[in-house]
Design a protein around this ligand. Structure first.
Ligand SMILES: Cc1ncc(C[n+]2csc(CCOP(=O)(O)OP(=O)(O)O)c2C)c(N)n1
Ligand SMILES: [Mg+2]
Length: 796
């Protein structure tokens, strides 16, 4: 056998092994087609009749035979080498194929006892697929062994690498569809090998499946000269082995030989790195497998070619119940697998097939890495209180919240060297978290020889900071890392985290479904730390100003999402500690990186964070009575402006009773019927009153606050200021003025809304309008904010 040229001389499989693997493959193909078509008569012991066929034919056949082939061969390799391996299915629409394999392995029946390995179980297996009340069509969270639904294409390879990080003994087989390979995220994923350390991480074996088609058209990678494809993969640092054909025996031999060779090379790479201690970026092997789409399915239906074309993508023969010719064609197809040879009297797979997969936890469908919560160990978290900034009086000391957090994160990394990583698109330093580099580096296996350390700062093949300028990769790697039972934080610019909106959707869906799957154990939460936020894009301006990620995330299922807006350094410490202890959530934390006032000492900060929303008595003037107005705020910059506005009111309207409310946990605003963190109505009314004007300065788009509070008693009196898509490269105070969220405007809002104030405060109102003009003019003349803004501190 010459693998490089694909010329078959003699394969590695004995005749007996060849027969067995082919029988296993036929069984998996039969079970795949059976799920799509059959409602009854699962073993075809009677002639196929229309009523045996499902009324609605749903699902994807075309990818199935390729997935089954690769799964069978992965199983063979696991047994031969005692591998610890999982399988990631890029074409996740091939759900029935993967379910078929988990059924053959026995895991499916262990997880779902009514779907055991017998005739009744097979009947249920077929019936439930894409059937109301049954199971979904993709490799969803319900499928044992899956960490990747594959509904939204593009993320298979990044999930695979995320799973392999810090899992030195794991092999991740990763099937990539040739259509999927056209997506931006997958095209970027080839770069992942730059971050895989052969000594400390596991291995990924990419299996690029060129079945030639996506839904309706040919795929690019299947239609470029093979040499070009080879060059492309070679350029990305892979050693591709090509397997091609449509003769099953030949393909089995070639695939077995190629997989053996690839796994031998992986073992040699790892051995070399682990014994010599020299860690460089090796040329990792991968397979390119070119087999027909819908292989073994009907070759022609109604005079049109199906197998080997795009027509095989979904249901290759339709209208089976009403069209006798189609029914006959379906029966011929299903019988071509010779089910009577594959399953015994009871409907169980015959021993030659049942014995092919590995046993116990070595089965990819039972591997605990694919139920990451089962392996999850708590983080060792240093006491965040030790990292507090001292606050003698509110608002006097300045601190940089993310910088302070960086000290704590450094020690989190130090205490958890094998299960925590910090991911980011090259913004760890920019987000002021670089204290972490006192204990770790940026993982990087590219060429950095001959470069002075100060020009290539903090690079290391062992780094716990994972930086790549691709939000997709950060997100995908972190998801893979979390789904296999580890912990992490993704730090990003607030505006550009939107790039992964769609991936967040998918992860949120996964978490929601997992909660209802009894055997799935809870995972560490997906934590976002968003800094360089909308209000302080001093270097960048309008393109970098967008706080809408929060709006996006709150659309997701309430039990899955949490949003925190800590107003200063100590509250950020408390919130992050909470997030890293939490399970099964998506936590979004928005925090400042610029010097800003610290409002609360650690004890008060912690209490405030536990409350989630509360009255700041030290700033309010309504003690012992009802306020005339509530000034509410969420976010660091809105908090600053609110307190500065409170100061102005205290000076100029000393009789006005002001209550200052700060919201850290945004979901406190929703009623408890909508979100588990929601404040009960009675409590909400005590804080925000039932009838007083509330002027709310909010970090993001104002409408969100209305959306969250529309059912509250006092909603009609709620007036929200926030970002209204006005921005540019200007001073921090000009930014808030551009969006009418500045202290002067908040005072104007109070005057306009508190009944009876309008006329008596007319002079103050005019002074506020003038103050805005003066401040604006100052920025235009001097290029910075006016001293009364820059130097303001809370004076009480
Ligand atoms: C991001 C994304 N865009 C579009 C689709 C719709 N879609 C589902 S399957 C498919 C074709 C997939 O082709 P390929 O990856 O080659 O898989 P296979 O041929 O094995 O079915 C498309 C475009 C999708 N699921 N995800
Ligand atoms: Mg394809």
């Amino acid at each position: 056998m010459d693998v490089a040229t694909g010329q078959l001389t003699r394969g590695p499989l004995t005749e007996e092994e060849l027969r067995r693997i082919d029988a296993y493959w036929r069984a998996a193909n039969y079970l795949t087609a059976g799920q799509i078509y059959l409602l009854a008569n699962p073993l075809l012991r009677q002639p196929l009749a229309p009523e045996h066929v499902k009324p609605r034919l749903l699902g994807h056949w075309g990818t199935g035979p390729g997935l089954n082939l690769l799964y069978a061969h992965a199983n063979r390799a696991i047994v031969a080498r005692d591998l610890d391996a999982i399988f990631i299915t890029g074409p996740g629409h091939g759900g029935p194929a993967i379910v078929a394999n988990t059924w053959l392995e026995g895991t499916y029946g262990e997880r779902y006892p009514s779907v055991g390995r017998d005739a009744a179980g097979m009947a249920q297996l077929f019936r439930q697929f894409s059937f109301p009340g049954g199971i979904p069509s993709h490799v969803a969270a319900e499928v044992p062994g899956s960490i990747h639904e594959g509904g939204e294409l593009g993320y298979s390879l990044m999930h695979a690498y995320g799973a392999a990080f810090d899992n030195p003994d794991l092999v991740v087989f990763c099937v990539i569809g040739d259509g999927e390979a056209e997506t931006g995220p997958l095209a970027g994923s080839w770069l992942s090998n730059m971050y895989l350390n052969p000594a400390r991480d596991g291995a990924v074996l990419p299996l690029l499946h060129l079945n030639g088609y996506k839904i309706a058209g040919p795929t690019i990678l299947a239609r470029i000269p093979e040499d070009d494809l080879r060059s492309m993969l070679d350029g990305f640092g892979y050693q591709p082995y090509f397997v091609a054909g449509d003769d099953p025996d030949q393909v089995h031999q070639l695939l077995a030989a190629s997989m053996d060779r690839a796994l031998d090379e992986i073992a040699a790479i790892q051995r070399a790195a682990r014994t010599t201690g020299r860690v460089t970026r090796p040329r990792w092997p991968m397979l390119v497998v070119r087999t027909p789409k819908g292989w073994t399915g009907p070759s022609e239906v109604d005079g049109k070619r199906v197998a080997g074309t795009y027509r095989a993508h979904q249901v290759p023969i339709d209208e089976v119940r009403d069209n006798p010719a189609h029914l006959a064609e379906l029966e011929r197809w299903l019988r071509s697998y010779r089910p009577e040879e594959l399953f015994d009297e009871a409907g169980a797979p015959v021993p030659a097939i049942a014995d092919l997969p590995p046993r116990g936890d070595r089965r990819m469908s039972a591997n605990p890495h694919a139920n990451g919560g089962a392996l999850l160990r708590d983080l060792v978290l240093p006491d965040f209180r030790r990292y507090a900034v001292s606050v003698d009086r509110p608002g006097r000391q300045m601190s940089q919240a993310t910088h302070v957090l960086g000290g704590w994160l450094r020690d989190v990394i130090r205490a958890n060297p094998d299960r925590f990583r910090l991911f980011g698109p090259d913004e760890v330093s920019s987000n002021e978290l670089d204290q972490v580099f006192a204990t770790t580096g940026r993982v990087f296996l590219g060429d950095s020889a001959d470069r002075p350390e100060e020009d290539d700062s903090h690079l290391s093949p062992d780094g716990r900071v994972v930086e790549v300028l691709s939000e997709h990769l950060c997100q995908g790697w972190l998801e893979g890392y979390l789904l296999t039972g580890r912990h992490g934080v993704f730090t990003s610019y607030e505006a550009f985290v939107h790039i992964v909106d769609s991936m967040v959707n998918q992860h949120a869906k996964w978490l929601k479904v997992s909660r209802g799957v009894p055997w799935r154990r809870p995972l560490a939460s997906l934590n976002y730390l968003l800094s360089s936020h909308v209000w302080r894009q001093d270097h960048n301006g309008f393109s970098h100003q967008d706080p809408g990620f929060i709006d996006h995330v709150v659309n997701k299922k309430a039990e899955v999402v949490r949003v925190y807006l800590p107003p200063d350094a100590n509250t950020l410490l408390s919130i992050m500690d909470h997030c890293l202890r939490s399970r099964n959530y998506i936590n979004v934390v928005v925090a400042g990186k610029q010097p800003a006032p610290s409002w609360l000492n650690m004890t008060d900060a912690d209490l405030h964070c536990r409350r989630g929303a509360g009255i700041w008595q030290w700033a309010s003037t309504d003690a012992g009575g009802e306020p005339d107005v509530v000034l509410a705020c969420a976010g660091d910059v809105p908090t600053l402006e609110t307190l500065a506005a409170t100061d102005l009111i205290r000076q100029h309207l000393p009789d006005l009773k002001v209550r200052v409310v700060n919201v850290v946990d945004l979901m406190r605003l929703q009623p408890p019927s909508e979100h588990p963190h929601g404040l009960p109505d009675a409590e909400f009314d005590t804080i925000f009153t039932r009838d007083r004007p509330v002027v709310f300065a909010y970090h993001g788009y104002p409408w969100l606050i209305h959306r969250l509070t529309y059912r509250r008693t006092n909603h009609a009196n709620l007036h929200v200021r926030g970002y209204k898509e006005e921005g540019t490269t200007t001073t921090p105070f000009d930014m808030v003025m551009l969006n009418d969220m500045d202290r002067y405007h908040l005072v104007i809002d109070v005057i306009d809304r508190v009944p009876g104030l309008g006329t008596s405060a007319a002079h103050l109102r005019q002074a506020m309008v003038d103050a805005r003009q003066e401040c604006r003019a100052y920025t235009r003349q001097y290029g910075e904010d006016a001293p009364q803004i820059r130097d303001w501190t809370w004076p009480y």
